[in-house]
Design a protein around this ligand. Structure first.
Ligand code: ZN
Ligand code: ZN
Length: 149
C-alpha cells in the first residue's frame, strides 16, 4: 500500500460503519459490571460506549450459552433468554426463581455464574451479553438482524 500524502486517515475511520453488535469495540467492553447477588435483581452493565444493559437473573439463566442449553433451546425453538414453555396441558411446575449462588470473572472477557439449580456451564462473554441486551433499543436491532424467524 502506498500512502498518498495529505490524505492520511485515522485508523478507526471504518468503525462507525460496523454494527456495534459485531465489532469487539467499546460496545462489548464493559465500563462497570454490577452483579446484584444479594438483592437478586440481576446484572447491570455500563458499556464503554455509554450504553446501559440490565439483565434479570432469570433472563440470564434462560440465555445460558453452554452447549447443553443451546441444544435444548434449539430443540424447543426458544429464543435466547426466553423462558421454557410448559408442555401443553401440563400443570405449571413450581420452580424457584433462577438466581446465581456465585459469580466469577473469567479473565477480562467473560463472567460465569453458578446457578441455584446447580448449573454452572455457561460462560457469558461480554460480547454475548451485549448481543442479548434486552433493552428496547437493542431488541429492535436484534429483531431486524434476525429477520423473519
Ligand atoms: Zn447451560
Ligand atoms: Zn441495549
Amino acid at each position: 500500500m502506498r500512502r498518498i500524502p495529505g490524505v492520511m486517515r485515522p485508523l478507526c475511520d471504518t468503525e462507525i460503519m460496523q454494527s456495534p453488535l459485531q465489532a469487539p469495540t467499546a460496545a462489548s467492553d464493559p465500563k462497570s459490571v454490577k452483579v446484584n447477588l444479594t438483592t437478586g435483581t440481576g446484572v447491570d452493565i455500563v458499556w464503554g460506549d455509554g450504553h446501559v444493559s440490565r439483565y434479570s437473573f432469570a433472563f440470564l439463566r434462560d440465555a445460558c450459552p453452554c452447549a447443553m442449553c443451546n441444544d435444548e433451546r434449539e430443540k424447543s425453538k426458544r429464543k435466547t433468554g426466553e423462558p421454557a414453555k410448559p408442555a401443553p396441558g401440563a400443570l405449571p411446575m413450581f420452580k424457584p426463581a433462577a438466581k446465581p449462588v456465585s459469580a466469577e470473572g473469567m479473565g477480562k472477557y467473560a463472567i460465569r455464574f453458578k446457578w441455584n439449580d446447580g448449573h454452572d456451564l455457561g460462560i457469558y462473554s461480554w460480547k454475548l451479553l451485549r448481543e442479548i441486551c434486552p433493552c428496547e433499543e437493542c431488541l429492535s436491532l436484534q429483531d431486524s438482524a434476525q429477520g423473519e424467524l
